[in-house]
Design a protein around this ligand. Sequence first.
Ligand SMILES: [Zn+2]
Ligand SMILES: [Zn+2]
Length: 68
Amino acid sequence: MDCHECVQQGRTATAVAVCSVCGAGVCTDHVRSESEMLRGPAHPGKVIHDRAARRLTCPVCRAAEESP
Ligand SMILES: [Zn+2]
Ligand SMILES: [Zn+2]
């Protein structure tokens, strides 16, 4: 699969990830990676279960989510 963003710019790059929102392939230059907490705070005294999940998106979806 090729990077969708690069194709739009007339280039070709191998996609290394898939946008979790729109499903477009994104290369290393265009992938946006962020951590997302899946669970709320753990109860006091318990083993912490919340772990940061990785979320990969394309620049378009990233920008759309950042806008108010
Ligand atoms: Zn690209
Ligand atoms: Zn996307």
